[in-house]
Design a protein around this ligand. Structure first.
Ligand code: GP9
Ligand code: MN
Length: 409
């Protein structure tokens, strides 16, 4: 009932972290270009296959950005849609099923809705059927003004592979569409070529396949490389079209591409056994914040996750979040705790990692005394439980309609 939200609100307010004074509002009024990197895990960043970089463009971009090597995806069965949900709401997806399907009629206060009040227009660009993951319905709920789905793209057999339109064609056609959208905008681009089964012709591959003998893992490298190229082309287009300077760029990996079924091939790639500890570490996905013209760029090692993206973006745009119910904290805030909890209850601290009822020392990857993981045990349980309670009970409706809601009943 409505009293539940009071406890949660008190908890969230007591745990808020002050934004970074130097960075708050640094991108005020700028466009936001949000790019979902399909199935991209951090283990490909700054690595080579047969002497060639797997992500040359992202590797360069990182040098001119804030880059977070210890950023985790927090998705579950809702995959890409869970990532979208977490990023836009700073709430977790559900322990099973996809919140995009099961709770699309709830009240939320997602980033597009918040930005609408600041004069922003929001759109999502993705060349798949509009109802996939129930996006057409959920985007309306989340406050998107427009969904440029499959039917807005010219898709032929020639320019398609695997799940659909190839990323290079997707970004080229998206850039055409962008010439006509209002500014400032919050625009999300969901890539697709680097999706299982990672199909791509040899002629279009910029790097070799890996040679583990596990086809899924072997094909993953060329499709990641292809996606990297598509983003380079997109950036070049935005520069040519005069949109680059006026925008900030937020890139995130949506979820793992290589499941635990491929541990043997991954052990070969990493040259070590895939223990439960390594499995959690493999849930790291790239997170890059690129602000054109901004000179303070660095690698930020602290632990974070998709839940932290919303406050990070809003604070860069100079928007206060003190009245929002969020379970993440601004990744650029100075007093932020280095921490992330995954949907399965695993959690990662600065020096320790909890998974599968064991506490691991991150420096060695060895099991250590469980008491080392104790400090974040309750918090981890609480965050997931509160977030679920909000979604199952549609509790944000009590906050979004303050005129109908009395705190003291
Ligand atoms: C489909 C794309 C991929 O539209 O988002 O979905 P996934 O299987 O990764 O959730
Ligand atoms: Mn995906």
């Amino acid at each position: 009932d409505s009293s539940e939200i009071v406890d949660i609100e008190n908890y969230v307010k007591a745990n808020q972290v002050r934004p970074n004074d130097d960075l708050f509002g640094i991108a005020k009024g700028k466009n936001v270009v949000l790019i979902s990197l399909e199935s991209t895990q951090s283990f490909v960043i700054n690595e080579k296959i047969n002497g060639k970089e797997i992500t040359p463009f992202l590797n360069d971009l990182i040098k001119d950005s804030y880059y977070f090597p210890n950023f985790y995806h927090q998705t579950s069965q809702g995959k890409t849609s869970d990532a979208e949900f977490i990023v836009d709401n700073s709430l977790f997806g559900l322990p099973s099923g996809a919140v995009y399907f099961t709770h699309s009629q709830n009240e939320y206060k997602a980033t597009p809705e918040i930005l609408k009040d600041e004069g922003y227009y929001s759109a999502s660009f993705h060349a798949n059927n509009k109802s996939f993951w129930n996006r057409d319905i959920m985007y309306l709920t989340l406050g998107y003004d427009q969904y440029f789905s499959q039917r807005y793209y010219d898709i032929t057999e020639e320019n398609s592979v695997g799940w659909g339109l190839k990323d290079i064609d997707f970004f080229n056609q998206s850039a055409d569409i962008m010439k006509d959208i209002p500014q400032p905008f919050y625009a999300k681009f969901i890539t697709l070529t680097n999706h299982h089964p990672f199909k791509l012709s040899k002629e279009e591959s910029y790097v070799d396949r890996y040679d583990s003998g596990d086809g899924t893992v072997d094909r993953f490298f060329p499709t990641v490389r292809y996606m990297d190229e598509s983003i380079k082309i997109f950036f070049d287009r935005l520069k040519a079209d005069g949109l680059y300077e006026n925008s900030i760029f937020i890139l995130y990996g949506d979820h793992y591409g290589i499941s635990e079924n491929h541990n043997d091939a991954m052990a070969k790639w990493l040259d070590r056994e895939i223990t439960p500890f390594e499995t959690v570490q493999l849930q790291r996905v790239p997170f890059i914040v690129h602000i054109p013209g901004h000179k303070d760029t660095r690698v930020i090692d602290s632990v974070g996750g998709q839940i932290d993206v919303k406050p990070t973006i809003l604070h860069l745009l100079g928007i206060e979040t003190t009245n929002d119910i969020m379970f993440g904290t601004d990744l650029l805030a100075e007093n932020r705790e280095s921490y992330a909890v995954l949907r399965d209850g695993s959690y990662i601290m600065e020096d320790y990692l909890f998974t599968d009822s064991n506490c691991y020392d991150k420096a060695t990857g060895e099991i250590t005394d469980i008491s080392n993981c104790e400090p974040y045990r309750e918090k981890s349980r609480q965050h997931l439980q509160y977030s679920d309670q909000i979604i199952y009970g549609d509790l944000l409706r009590f906050l979004n309609k303050p005129e109908n809601f009395k705190y003291q009943q």
